[in-house]
Design a protein around this ligand. Structure first.
Ligand code: NAD
Length: 329
């Protein structure tokens, strides 16, 4: 198959070209994101392969159908950036990588928690400047703290295991309760209890109409004063303006983000010579107790290997007219 990659980075090329030796597809890598103005670049390709901040809207999918694109292959688990109704209407199957490494995201969640708590990023700079003062670096023991996880799927369970291992009390909320949760030793509860009892709240549910802005002015007011809030899931789970107010009033004590509502204009690009135009994002950067990473929670060798492996398997299965177990319904 002739496959065009949008938003492709050098590391994507490295993993895909290596694993493609077993598949023999024709791979073409583009750095530009997919949107209405770039969809034309899919001309003459059978498969379009996209990542989380590419835009597969109705207008884009219609263009892809006009160009005879046959398959949309996502290099991600999440598919909130794809208009599935449009894909169905234009008969373009959508395949994804449902599980590539829950550990990568769960472990990054821990990295955010530990950095925010023990301020290792500030200590690193201080020591290099010969400043050995401890003022302002005090943290707290995670042992015995209550961690509330919203969304207990693959990543939520991996995070639950990590926090249990640290001696935390782990609460969880999910619309579905699976036996695995009780085996791990977490306590399923309702959202109100998560908000009122958790010292740390971490989001691991998908972005859907039900979870859009699940963290908002009302829910922030129900949280413990000084709560640590972590989002490695999707930016729009959080109403950023409400979170900024929560930080200003010290209702939120720490904020760790790997994702941001408007990240599509920022993340994965080197903008170090540019003026950032997003005033909400720059306001977040001004808080000393906010730590932001640029959607890198997935970014481990293991995850990239699995993403390339499963994506190529998805494309090969389609080429050979086999069933598509990773099709998004
Ligand atoms: P998963 O499908 O295994 O688990 C998601 C869980 O959320 C399920 O148990 C589901 O029942 C639950 N859920 C659905 N709606 C809910 C609601 N309204 N309230 C509470 N729970 C709800 O998915 P996963 O692999 O664990 O991934 C979780 C999310 O992590 C993905 O949707 C994606 O947005 C995000 N993610 C981020 C990165 C990153 O690099 N930052 C990488 C991979 C995934």
């Amino acid at each position: 198959m002739r496959v065009v990659f949008f938003s492709a980075k050098p590391y994507d090329k490295q993993f895909f070209e290596n694993l493609n030796k077993a598949h023999h597809h024709e791979l073409h890598f583009l750095d530009v994101p997919l949107h209405a103005d770039t969809a034309v670049l899919a001309r003459s390709f059978d498969v379009v392969c996209i990542f989380v901040n590419d835009e597969a809207s109705l207008a884009v999918i219609q263009q892809l159908a006009d160009l005879n694109v046959q398959l949309l292959a996502l290099r991600s688990a999440g598919y909130n950036h794809v208009d599935l109704t449009a894909a169905q209407k234009f008969k373009i199957p959508v395949v994804r990588v449902p599980a590539y490494s829950p550990y990568s995201v769960a472990e990054h969640t821990l990295a955010l928690v530990l950095t925010l708590n023990r301020k290792t990023h500030r200590a690193y700079n201080r020591i290099r400047e010969g400043n050995f003062s401890l003022n302002g670096l005090m943290g707290f023991d995670l042992h015995d703290k209550t961690v509330g996880l919203i969304g207990l799927g693959k990543i939520g369970f991996a995070a639950a295991r990590i926090f249990k291992g640290l001696g935390c009390r782990v609460l969880g909320y999910d619309v579905l309760q699976q036996p695995e949760g009780r085996e791990i030793g977490l306590k399923y509860t309702d959202l109100a209890t998560i908000y009122s009892e958790s010292d740390i709240i971490s989001l691991h549910c998908p972005l859907t109409p039900d979870t859009f802005h699940i963290v908002n002015k009302t829910t922030i007011a129900q949280m413990k004063r000084g709560v640590m809030l972590i989002n490695t899931s999707r930016g729009a789970l959080i109403d950023t303006i409400a979170v900024i107010e929560g930080l200003k009033h010290e209702q939120i004590g720490y904020l760790g983000l790997d994702v941001y509502e408007e990240e599509g204009d920022l993340f994965f690009a080197d903008l170090s010579d540019k003026v950032i135009q997003d005033d909400v994002f720059t306001r977040l950067l001004a808080f000393p107790n906010v730590l932001i990473t640029g959607h890198q929670a997935f970014f481990t060798q293991n995850a990239l290997h699995k993403i390339a492996e499963v994506t190529l398997q998805n494309i090969t299965a389609f080429a050979q007219k086999e069933p598509l177990p990773n099709a998004v319904k």
